[in-house]
Design a protein around this ligand. Structure first.
Ligand code: ADP
Length: 362
């Protein structure tokens, strides 16, 4: 099986720990995204798979064999870097086929793979150019072609699109997915860009400070965040968090209280936690100008006009909340009433920051 398994993997640079007790399994043929803020240990994790960084402790398995001591060249990986790392003195064709020649692959086979890659990545006509005579997008495609022709089991990409402008990035994302659908390598992709992660990934491994926060499908990362960090990292603007206390079926915010429906109240009761944090995405905030039953009262602070939507910032008992709405009837100073769509909220343990789960999970 061309899967990758991390068993309690740690990485230290001197005394600084940059990856902590990583346990995860990347399935054969899936597109796994390593996502998280800059410096959280994504590249280090990818480089451990590539065999470019030693593992301090724990075991890494690829293809069911422990590769802790296996050199990079024997791991059957191809890698694409952010800076492309093309040889400046070589032509496009030579850059793409160099690795195959080193491995003494049959000449006809090299020709075939080169032709397929040139076609697939729209590089026909550029075969004899040097990297300096290519645009950023073309260089990036050469780097991808060089990785694709290796036909390796593991395809590792470290922020490969971050040097491209927004339009090219969108195009390149689709190309990457197409390439993967042809070859089905086990695909591990590092990015700090949540849109790339959501659009390319079968699953996302979200990291923070060297620790895995959650690993799940894009839909579950968005709809079922495992903790407050995950809820806030995915989505823009970030998920609103209200710090409340639970008491006898109510969630209490400052001097105001709101009744939880039984399904949520039961869930909270089972978890036996009183200090809660409620997560609500800005696009799920429901507000009105008139007093509503079972709502929190707040004051509008300011309004942002995004052209097609409005951001309405308001405050409830010193908690700032943003609502994203199609229309705006508010102005600063207005009273506003927030009612919760209980099918769209997330409840976390305020002390551990972990999700308490969801009512339908029982
Ligand atoms: P990311 O890819 O998530 O931005 P990295 O894996 O590159 O993060 O880095 C994780 C942490 O390890 C960072 O704090 C970084 O400064 C540190 N780091 C990376 N490489 C080295 C190194 N060779 N020596 C010391 N510290 C390093």
């Amino acid at each position: 099986m061309k899967e990758i398994v991390f068993n309690n993997v740690c990485k230290f640079y001197d005394k600084t720990q940059v990856v902590s007790n990583l346990n995860m399994k990347i399935n054969e043929g899936e597109r796994l995204i390593l996502l998280g803020p800059s410096g959280c240990g994504k590249s280090t994790t990818l480089r451990m798979i590539a065999g470019l960084e030693e593992i301090t402790s724990g075991e890494l398995y690829m293809n069911e064999r422990c590769v802790n001591r296996v050199p990079s060249g024997d791991r059957n990986v191809s890698m694409v870097f952010q800076n492309y790392a093309l040889f400046p003195h070589m032509t496009v064709s030579d850059n793409i086929t160099y690795g195959l020649k080193v491995h003494k692959i049959d000449k006809h086979e090299i020709e075939n793979r080169l032709k397929t890659a040139l076609d697939m990545l729209h590089l026909k006509g550029l075969e004899n150019r040097k990297p300096k005579d290519l645009s950023g997008g073309q260089r990036q495609r050469v780097a991808l072609a060089r990785a694709v022709v290796k036909r390796s089991d593991f395809f590792l990409l470290d922020e490969p699109l971050s040097n491209l402008d927004a339009q090219l990035r969108g195009h390149a994302r689709k190309e990457l997915v197409k390439i993967h659908e042809i070859y089905h390598q086990t695909f591990v992709y590092v990015t700090h860009d949540q849109v790339e992660a959501m659009t390319i990934g079968d699953r996302i491994a979200l990291m923070r400070d060297g620790k895995l926060q959650m690993i799940d499908t894009p839909s579950n990362v968005y709809n079922r965040p495992a903790n407050i960090f995950s809820a806030k990292f995915i989505g823009s603007p970030s998920t609103n968090i209200l710090y409340v206390n639970y008491s006898e079926g109510n969630i209490i915010l400052g001097r105001q209280k709101l009744l939880l429906p039984d399904i949520w109240a039961n869930k909270v009761k089972i978890s036996n936690i009183e200090n809660l944090a409620i997560g609500i995405r800005p696009e799920h905030v429901k507000i009105s100008m008139r007093p509503e039953k079972n709502s929190y009262k707040g004051i509008v602070k300011y309004i942002e006009d995004y052209g097609n939507k409005f951001g309405i910032y308001f405050e409830i008992e010193k908690n700032e909340i943003i609502a994203i709405m199609d229309e705006n009837q508010f102005k600063p100073g207005d009273e506003v009433y927030l009612s919760l769509d209980f099918s769209k909220i997330h409840i976390f343990n305020r002390d551990t920051t972990e999700s308490i789960g969801y009512p339908e999970e029982g």
